[in-house]
Ligand binder design. Structure first.
Ligand code: SAM
Length: 284
């Protein structure tokens, strides 16, 4: 009998992946965690039935949520990751020897434990001595922080359930205060293709624009995410992501990446007209 995993991306669109084995299922205090062995994408982790990470295409998401900011300010030393339980974001950060510390605040310990057990190529730096991993709500963690981080990465689930609070004006304002004067915030910013995701993307972007002097959006092609066309937000106190790109400095780091490069960096901020209009008009 054939086994298929299916995600309902919208009420009219589904993604189905052929499955070899259903390796793990568990219910945490926050969400349902499952791991599947798929034929095409290797191991897949889902939270509440939604794709979070696959072995085959995780490099795209993790390259783009980390290296873009690192190429704009190559002197980043103190980083905060909110979410990121699979460990892919801290893995990419730890490739920079000059990063002194990365605080990681993940609400759900089960996600990290499952990542350690089933995704060793992604989760290996969860226990890196430069990574300070705590299991708590990122919304509460941000309260009262002032001028601490050079970079904050919001590697969260969608704005539902535990992730909802990570897309609010109050949270973004707390992040702004927690950043140093050269601080940069990067968030996963949903997709512009399907209306429900596009509305979330534009709402989050509009909130950031009220708080940060520089806010831009960039994109990447992530096959297993809804529509395969995903957005990231870049909010900054000082540096513009394209004008202030330090391509030579970044290339001199000699970090080999499978998706990100400094040419793609510029292209990623060149958005399709309809997306530019969504953002400019603040409506879908
Ligand atoms: N790449 C994925 C995506 O775009 O959907 C996100 C991956 S990462 C696994 C998302 C993590 O955010 C999950 O492990 C989830 O538990 C965590 N998370 C959700 N809400 C959170 C909160 N309020 N504070 C901290 N972590 C949170």
């Amino acid at each position: 009998m054939e086994l298929w995993y299916t995600e309902e991306q919208t009420e009219n669109v589904r993604l189905s992946l052929k499955v070899k084995n259903h390796l793990f299922t568990g219910q945490s205090d926050f969400q349902k965690v499952d791991v599947f062995e798929t034929f095409e994408y290797g191991k897949l982790m889902t939270l509440d039935g939604l794709v979070m990470v696959t072995e085959k295409d995780e490099f795209i998401y993790h390259d783009m949520i980390v290296h873009v900011a690192m190429a704009v300010n190559p002197e980043i030393k103190n980083v905060l990751v909110i979410g990121g339980g699979d460990g892919g974001t801290v893995r990419e950060l730890m490739r920079y020897n000059h990063i002194e510390k990365a605080d990681m605040v993940e609400i759900d310990k089960m996600v990290c434990d499952v990542a350690r057990d089933f995704f060793p190529t992604i989760s290996g730096d969860l226990d890196n001595p430069r990574v300070n991993l705590t299991y708590e709500d990122g919304v509460a963690f941000m309260k009262g922080k002032e001028n601490v981080y050079d970079l904050i990465i919001i590697d969260s689930t969608d704005p539902v359930g535990p992730g909802e609070g990570l897309f609010t004006t109050e949270f973004y304002t707390d992040c702004f205060n927690a950043l140093t004067e050269n601080g940069i915030l990067v968030n996963q910013n949903e997709s512009p293709v399907y209306e429900q995701f596009a509305k979330e993307a534009i709402r989050a972007n509009a909130k950031l624009r009220k708080i940060f002097p520089i806010v831009e959006v960039y994109s990447a092609a992530i096959p297993t995410y809804p529509s395969g066309f995903w957005l990231f937000g870049f909010a900054s106190k000082k540096y513009h992501p394209v004008i202030d790109l330090k391509a030579e400095a970044w290339n001199n780091f000699g970090i080999k990446t499978k998706y990100y490069n400094t040419d793609l960096h510029k292209g990623a901020f060149a958005l399709p007209t309809y997306v530019k209009e969504y953002i400019a008009n603040g409506t879908v």
